[in-house]
Ligand binder design. Structure first.
Ligand SMILES: [Zn+2]
Length: 251
């Protein structure tokens, strides 16, 4: 929020604002339903340097509320949000969480940074995730390859164990992806490799934000697709096996 800080708490604006409401399950207008001076002895208390509470309630359901803590800065004449409840949360996804295991908090934090426009921080979280899960991710790909493809991939996979750098690991296997992991001929591993190679060096928040989106998108796609394809392949194999057993038992 940016408007000039008024001298008195009672005359500071209380603008309405939009948030996603989890009860209405849509974006709703929220309005402030308290006074900045509620916990002060009188309404025209001097505002400068005070930390006040703003309680916003959804106008759709009149139930869901968000509380913000705001610092009124006299020197810079600015209003700064210094805290909020509930914290920004991000929907979880079973496929991703299963793959990330104990690193799933990094994904949440990365998404929170992304939602706030902190690209450098988001990039750092996502890069850490890739470093920690890349081995497990690459190890699951052979299940989706034909025997012929598998041989070539396994040889490259062995070589990935000789480096600890995620971008180098990806470089070794990125051109051996099965079509099921390359939607419309776009290769998520190649995208990951490019984004990670760009690195954080002298990139702006905006540039890092774009790279972060690429990394998250590729990661989410790979985790989901590998899980779903592996499960589908397993269930298909199992049902075919049963079918064939039944058939041979009959004959
Ligand atoms: Zn609502």
């Amino acid at each position: 929020m940016s408007f000039e800080v008024s001298q008195y708490l009672s005359s500071i604006p209380k603008p309405q604002t939009n948030f996603a409401c989890p009860i209405c399950e849509s974006v709703q207008t929220y309005a402030m339903n308290n006074h900045y001076h509620d916990s002060y002895p009188y309404p025209n208390y001097l505002s400068h340097g005070e930390r006040v509470k703003a309680n916003y309630v959804c106008l759709g359901c009149r139930t869901h509320n968000r509380v913000f803590f705001i610092y009124l800065d006299a020197a810079s004449k600015q209003i700064t949000k210094v805290g909020q409840h509930p914290a920004w949360t991000i929907d979880s996804d079973e496929n991703i969480e299963q793959m990330l295991g104990s690193h799933k908090n990094y994904l949440r934090r990365g998404q929170i940074c992304e939602s706030q426009g902190y690209g450098i921080a988001a990039f750092a979280y996502y890069r850490r995730i890739i470093e920690e899960v890349i081995d497990g991710l690459l190890d699951r790909i052979p299940a989706l390859l034909s025997d012929q493809e598998k041989e070539q991939y396994q040889a490259a996979l062995e070589r990935t164990k000789t480096t600890r750098v995620a971008a180098e690991k990806i470089e070794l296997v990125k051109d051996l992806m099965p079509p099921i992991l390359r939607p419309n001929n776009m290769n998520p591993l190649k995208a990951l490799h490019e984004a990670l190679s760009e690195g954080l060096h002298s990139q702006s928040e905006e540039q890092c934000l774009e790279l972060s989106e690429v990394i998250r998108g590729a990661l989410v796609f790979l985790a989901t697709q590998i899980n779903v394809s592996t499960a589908a392949a397993n269930s298909f194999t199992e049902s075919m096996r049963k079918l064939l057993e039944k058939k041979s038992g009959r004959s």
